[in-house]
Design a protein around this ligand. Sequence first.
Ligand code: HEM
Length: 413
Amino acid sequence: MPDDTLFSEVLDPRNRADPYPIYKKLREVPVSRQRDGAYVVSTHAAIRALLFDPRLSSEDLPPSRRPRTGNPLRDWILNPIKNRIATSHRPLIFRDPPDHDTLREFVMKEFTIHRVNGLHGRVGSLVDDLIERCRGRDEVCLVEDLSYPLPVAVICDLLGVPEKDEPQFQKWATQLATALEPDARHDEASRHATVAAFDEISSYMRKLIRRKRRHPADDMLSGLAKPGREGNPSMGDIDLISTAILLLVAGHETTVNLITNGMLTLLRHPDELKKLKADPERAPRLIEELLRYEPPVHFRTRKALGDIKIEGTTIPKGAPVILLFAAGGRDPARFSNPNRFFPDREDNQHFGFGGGLHYCVGAPLARIEAEVALVALCRRLVEPELMADPPPYRSGASLRGPESLGIRISGIN
Ligand code: HEM
């Protein structure tokens, strides 16, 4: 009889530092029904099949079945602020075709490789400045000193948020990210703060969009706010605001986790750290392996729009379906020696950025940020050493990453 409570162990914060043994048990039944009626999908083949299955929806889950900590990002969007976004104005990550595809097309037209590559220099100088600020110290707090501030600054640049407003934007981002933590939702004061941050950022965005329409610049918000030509509609204001907030939220905590997990993994594998330091060209492969081995997003939840037969199980219409990406990344049927961190691995098809129609639009940008940050950290931190292993983790099971990462150093190059 398969254990139908295994997923609650995944959600248990005590297992945050190492959920992989639970994933191994879950993979014994590739699509396993949990006691609360949710179906957990944990093998590479089954996740892949369902990511491309149009019978799975990313829209709302039935309220009675919504897992409490099942999906912090969705819970955050749907719970504290659900009355503030009508269903028709939810961001594309919570929409199905055809609306999803229309919104995504608007975003993709502006999220060009040219624009993303143009941010390379800015990412480099931000990383250098943030590392420079640690000079004279014998300890770096990686999350606070670098992983956290970097992605917000980059998203501000991408969107075209003026530099003087960045500190305010950072505060909103922090508050919205705090709301992603399951414990935060039980606390009234923090719920209020989240709603206030959401309202403030929405009204800020509304004004910024108006300004961009009057004085367009070469940034993503100006591009998205451009009035459409005849027969070629533009995005409405509410969709624009919710898209901008989505970019901030989806691109923030995830990137923080990739950089922090990356440094943690390198410090646990000093040979790989040495190799990267000597040869920065190894960075792209190393990042792909990180996305498989320690992904920032462990799972996403969908809803079955009809009965779905898969791996001998029928998922009934209406059931929540949890795609456990991080378990698929450690599936021995797909990856040889899956628990080994091995950047030279061939054919590394991970689910770090999801797959199918919701595949991450920010993937090229996230890769640049992680590459630049990890290469600079390896080259500039002298004799880096972990201060605690495992480090303390934030409570989120889906957006999983260390809360802080102390690194002892003997100097900065
Ligand atoms: C979607 C991961 C960075 C914007 C996704 C999905 C994953 C993911 C797994 C799929 C969600 C699903 O299937 O439901 C990551 C990781 C990142 C990262 C691991 C960093 C390491 C970014 C950045 C941005 C971004 C930097 C933008 C600035 C988005 C958006 C979607 C998305 C808008 C929704 C796409 C859609 O629904 O069509 N991301 N992401 N992400 N990501 Fe990322």
